[in-house]
Ligand binder design. Sequence first.
Ligand code: NAP
Length: 267
Amino acid sequence: MNNGYDIPALGLGMWKLPEGDEAETAVRLALEAGYRLFDSAAWYGNERSLGRSVRNSSVPRDQVFITTKVWNTDHGYQPALQAFEESYRSLDLDHVDLYLIHWPVEGKRMDTWRALETLLEERRCRSIGVSNYLVPHLEELLDRSEVIPAVNQIELHPWNYLSRKSTVDLCNQKGILVEAYSPLTKGRMLRNRGLRDVAEACGKTPAQILLRWGIQHDFVVIPKSSKEEHIGENAAIFDFELSERHMDLLDSFDRGLATGWDPTGKP
Ligand SMILES: NC(=O)c1ccc[n+]([C@@H]2O[C@H](COP(=O)([O-])OP(=O)(O)OC[C@H]3O[C@@H](n4cnc5c(N)ncnc54)[C@H](OP(=O)(O)O)[C@@H]3O)[C@@H](O)[C@H]2O)c1
């Protein structure tokens, strides 16, 4: 990242992994499968389970990268500081590697960013960044802050890549690492004919093709799964390469698909 810290290229997305057994087991299985990055958020309600599973694992804490995020209702300087304290206590993992503004909510987002700057200065977290920031949100932040976000986490997959390219380009230009969320389109496009053709040609699964596509665009990919076979399958993406022709073909699938909340609207 632009601050000298490393971040793993693959992580476990933790949205919709309910606190308790499901989240704890998924984290344990992912650690066993070699995942070293976990993407949580106050909103996901599973920081306690993430912390417990990492503490119970034999993988040393300094080999694990923990991301969490400040939620929309906690924008503003003091509320964001308070929200961080709550996440920090819930995780109970010595430090937070990356703290993100979850959404660029209108109004107090620059005050929230100031709070993240304070957390960084006070070394409460190692890196700070943003999520769902498009070009206008990034320009506002870059105009008004000396601290460049380490990361911008946005929805990215072949069905929206070209539509998001101006954001990706600005991030690349400013040294902001791009994290691709919902890299599997929440499962919606896994049966797509064009994708299946590429998967068959490469002898890989459609999910592996989407994740490999993200890696070859230099995105960090954070697929979610609670199933052991999927967690393993999604990690087996470092032993093959997509050709330029396949990358171009996948890029051409764009149709502006937003599988979740569309940041071009107002959150
Ligand atoms: N910053 C934000 O605003 C934001 C928004 C959305 C997501 N995110 C982050 O990004 C992460 C991933 O995004 P996501 O959860 O929206 O969706 P996703 O990772 O694109 O897709 C998850 C879905 O795909 C299924 N799946 C996983 N691996 C599979 C495989 N190999 N074959 C077939 N199906 C598979 C999962 O089901 P099973 O569990 O049954 O495997 C689940 O239904 C989130 O968990 C979260 O950490 C961030």
